[in-house]
Design a protein around this ligand. Structure first.
Ligand SMILES: [Zn+2]
Length: 343
């Protein structure tokens, strides 16, 4: 083969590789900055207003507090009818890089508002359940990730090393370690650590906002949406810690397990065969949302890790638009089926 010919083949090969890589990125891998279809942070308020204005008799938009450092509002949609006896809390996001949950809960809110009369099942759900939907409890982390500044910004933007600037991704407190429950029992990690639990229980205003809401409203059920960038926890549901100290707690835990199993059964994995699973091991004792809601308020609370591992073993937490849409749709169906099943 002549030199020119070789070079042409070489170039063709490179082009093919580049094409395959971009095709993979588009359909089966992570795409960052986020694809079209993900909500930019500065459009969140507009989106919530739009949902509310679509059905103002049913939907109320609240601000439950503000973020620790940048004073960003923490929004909460309250969707339900006066006769609905059971309260449900859905939190789309604690960790900035875990954006799929935010997309899922916004879609569910829109579904409730849109189909409250047209769809019989949704109509029945709203006669029984009142939904409190917090798209993001971490507007600072979401702002950073949605703007394309850092793909794995987990914590809020507290200047934990006190150098006067925001260091990405090291600065911040892990909001899902900052709840005032079992806080002392979790390791004292350095402030730059991804799981830094803060200087004291509920030191962060985001956590003060959600715990105040919990004290005002009794929540019967709560789901906290997360994603697992490492893939180790992907497509699993995690329950709170269990100390088994009372029959009452064991009974509540058994009920919670049923609720979690019902949800897992409705959710096929994104890329691999099979459905989501409920982790058989009770959660660890740390200041997480599910521990706080279950142990302090008796809420049937679990965490779900959404976004799957693909056939190449890559954890896809920032899928392209098509897979994002599929994930959102599958959770919408699961939520509709599970809550209708509990009427
Ligand atoms: Zn998380």
């Amino acid at each position: 083969m002549g030199f020119m010919q070789k070079r042409t083949y070489h170039r063709l090969g490179l082009l093919l590789l580049a094409f395959l890589a971009s095709a993979c990125a588009g359909t089966r891998g992570n795409v960052y900055p986020l694809s079209k279809g993900y909500l930019p942070a500065d459009q969140l308020f507009g989106k919530l207003q739009q949902i509310m204005q679509g059905n103002p008799a049913l939907v109320r938009l609240n601000i439950i507090g503000f973020s620790a450092t940048e004073n960003l509002p923490v929004y909460c949609l309250d969707i339900g009818r006066p006769q609905a006896a059971r309260n449900v809390l859905l939190v789309g996001q604690h960790h900035g890089d875990e954006v799929l949950g935010l997309e899922v809960v916004l879609d569910w809110a829109a579904q409730l508002a849109r189909d409250s009369r047209a769809d019989k099942k949704t109509d029945a759900i709203l006669d029984n359940f009142r939904f409190w939907i917090v798209p993001t409890l971490n507007p600072e982390g979401h702002r950073v990730v949605a703007a394309g500044l850092c793909s794995h910004k987990r914590k809020n933007n507290r200047d934990t090393n006190s150098n006067g600037i925001l260091d990405l991704p090291g600065d911040g407190v892990d909001l899902n370690r900052n709840y005032p429950v079992f806080w002392d029992e979790f390791a004292e990690l350095p402030p730059a650590h991804q799981n830094y639990k803060g200087s004291e229980p509920a030191s962060e205003r985001e956590i003060q906002a959600i715990t105040m809401l919990a004290q005002k409203q009794h929540f019967d059920y709560a789901i906290f949406f997360h994603s697992s960038p490492s893939g180790a926890l992907s497509e699993k549901i995690f329950l709170p810690a269990l100390d088994g100290s009372s029959d009452k707690q064991l009974q509540a835990y058994a009920e919670l397990e049923k609720f979690a199993q019902a949800y897992a059964k409705q959710l096929p994995k994104d890329y691999l065969r099979g459905n989501y699973e409920v982790s058989p091991i009770p959660g660890s004792r740390m200041g997480s949302a599910r521990n706080y809601f279950f142990h302090i308020h008796g809420t049937a609370a679990f965490l779900v890790e959404i976004g799957g591992v693909n056939s190449a073993g890559v954890s896809v937490v920032h899928p392209g638009t098509k897979m994002r849409d599929r994930i959102v749709e599958k959770h919408r169906k699961a939520l509709r089926s599970v809550f209708h099943g509990m009427i």
